[in-house]
Ligand binder design. Structure first.
Ligand code: MLT
Length: 256
């Protein structure tokens, strides 16, 4: 397997580390409202997964959630952070599950945002292949047309939509294709939920069109003691669409 690499990251604040992992096809800047709002409580670190943002390896052949998790663990070594509060959105949540499988000793607490534990169904796998083919043919424009409108709640501001579009446009098409294949092939983690033993918060946009909130609530109920926070006026990109209640929920969780 490919060696783990150091990831580019943005850091703000002081104290124990709270590390954020972005979704698909995004980068570290999606967490700027959290870095701004939570820096008084933690050293907030937002990474760019390999190939994304400022991280290297734009010519991917073997991306996987496991490799992404190994990169996060190596980056934590560089930060001299033995244990962190770990937060991931959607694909970032899949990376958080991989961290739990591969580096459980590095996790002090968990924050899942708009993600899921189930593997892709056969139909979803087919959908990944079709999307990958569309990106190969039309580039990132295929995702801007097909995915971006589903990421946000009705009524989302033009500023937030524009910032998501800008993130999409920084991702090389080859990287987006490699992400899609890696997500298609990720394992199911539902069996793991009952044995999670660290404090866990699950945050979910009430209007998430990609991962409906009722399924998320049912998943969170399988994690012993997990807190669940429904975020109003937000879709799949809850931390960016409505940061105040997201930051308040994370702050209350960390203080508790
Ligand atoms: C994401 O937001 O990271 C993706 O929509 C996740 C997925 O497609 O499974």
């Amino acid at each position: 397997m490919t060696d783990a690499m150091d990831l580019a990251f943005e850091e703000r604040g002081s104290g124990p580390v709270l590390l954020f992992v972005h979704g698909f096809p995004l980068n570290r800047t999606m967490w700027i409202p959290q870095l701004a709002g939570l820096a008084k409580l933690r050293t907030c670190v937002s990474v760019d997964l390999r190939g994304h943002g400022l991280s290297e390896d734009k010519d991917p052949s073997d991306y996987s959630m496991d490799l992404f998790a190994d990169d996060v663990a190596r980056t934590l070594d560089g930060l001299k952070a033995d244990q962190v509060d770990l937060c991931g959105l959607s694909m970032g949540g899949y990376v958080v599950f991989a961290m739990l499988r591969r580096h459980p000793d590095r996790v002090r607490s968990l924050i899942f945002c708009d993600t899921k534990a189930e593997a892709d169904s056969p139909e979803a796998k087919e959908g990944r292949d079709k999307t990958a083919a569309a990106v190969r043919e039309k580039g990132i424009e295929a995702l801007i047309e097909g995915l971006l409108p589903k990421l946000v709640a009705p009524g989302c501001s033009d500023t937030v939509k524009a910032s998501i579009r800008d993130m999409f446009l920084t991702v090389p098409p080859e990287v987006a294709v490699a992400d899609l294949i890696a997500m298609r092939d990720r394992p199911d983690t539902t069996e793991q939920l009952g044995s999670i033993s660290v404090p866990t918060l699950w945050i979910h946009g009430e209007d998430d069109q990609i991962m409906p909130i009722e399924g998320a609530r049912a998943t969170a109920e399988k994690i012993p003691g997990a807190r669940f926070e429904a975020i109003p006026k937000a879709g799949h990109m809850a931390p960016l669409e409505n940061p105040e209640p997201v930051n308040a929920a994370i702050a209350a969780f960390l203080k508790g």
